[in-house]
Design a protein around this ligand. Structure first.
Ligand code: ASP
Ligand code: MG
Length: 241
């Protein structure tokens, strides 16, 4: 039976064209292994910070609705570029904004909460054998306004989609090898945890990969295994379950 895997790639994994192409190859490999693949992407590199700076350069107090629409563009850029890179490798792929992907939220523009995931569009694209690349960190209100989920919110998009699609696993690709037992910059014998429980992950200050707390709460609620691992190495990573 085909498994459905959700993968999320963070901003540093997508910082330039070479990294985007490397991410596309990793996604392609997952598809080649016989899986259905849904990918969530963050904005490239420091894009979100740059956009915030641009807003602050034109006004002292940026409006929250405008800010959400502005910041959502960062992830739109990533999802289209990853899709183009996959297509040029010969794979069927399609990009979707958060709203197109069925991420419905409340109206808190800068820290919206997901109220519902309607997976119909993604399921249709998967049936047509597409790899689906979704813009993270954003959703849409009942009034069709774009919202954002708070800094680091793409993790939450990924786990919410994994829950809504009943995925086998949610893989979070980042720039560190996983979750450490202690801060490796201070404690030289700090090591990567093979696994950790949701509760523990929420309660302990975690070292290494930082996760959006809402994503862990959703993982616990829907019992979604979350593998946190590096996009730069073949490290086994840490399984949150
Ligand atoms: N791009 C957004 C941020 O930098 C969301 C994310 O990366 O998950 O906070
Ligand atoms: Mg980011």
């Amino acid at each position: 039976m085909t498994d459905l895997i959700v993968q999320k790639y963070g901003g540093s994994s997508l910082a330039d064209a070479e990294r985007i192409k490397a991410v596309a190859r990793r996604i392609a490999l997952t598809k080649d292994n016989g899986n259905q693949v849904v990918v969530v992407v963050s904005a490239m590199g420091n894009t979100t910070d740059d956009l915030i700076r641009q807003a602050n350069a034109v006004t002292e107090k940026p409006d929250e609705r405008e800010m959400a629409l502005l910041l959502s563009t960062g992830e739109i850029v990533s999802c289209t570029l990853v899709t183009m890179a996959l297509r040029s490798l010969g794979y069927k792929a399609i990009s979707l904004s958060g709203g197109q992907a069925g991420i419905r939220t409340d109206t808190d523009y800068s820290r919206a909460r997901i109220v519902d995931v309607d997976p119909q569009r993604i399921l249709k694209e998967l049936r047509e054998d597409n790899i689906v690349i979704v813009a993270g960190f954003q959703g849409i209100t009942e009034e069709m306004d774009i919202t954002t989920l708070g800094r680091g919110g793409s993790d939450t998009t990924a786990v919410a989609l994994a829950a809504g699609l009943d995925a086998k696993v949610c893989e979070i690709y980042t720039d560190v090898d996983g979750i450490y037992t202690a801060d490796p910059r201070i404690v030289p014998e700090a090591r990567i945890l093979e696994e950790i429980g949701y509760e523990e992950m929420l309660e302990l200050a975690s070292y290494g990969a930082k996760m959006h707390p809402r994503s862990i709460e959703l993982g616990a609620m829907y019992n979604i295994p979350i593998l946190v691992t590096s996009s730069f190495t073949d490290a086994p990573g840490t399984l949150i379950h």
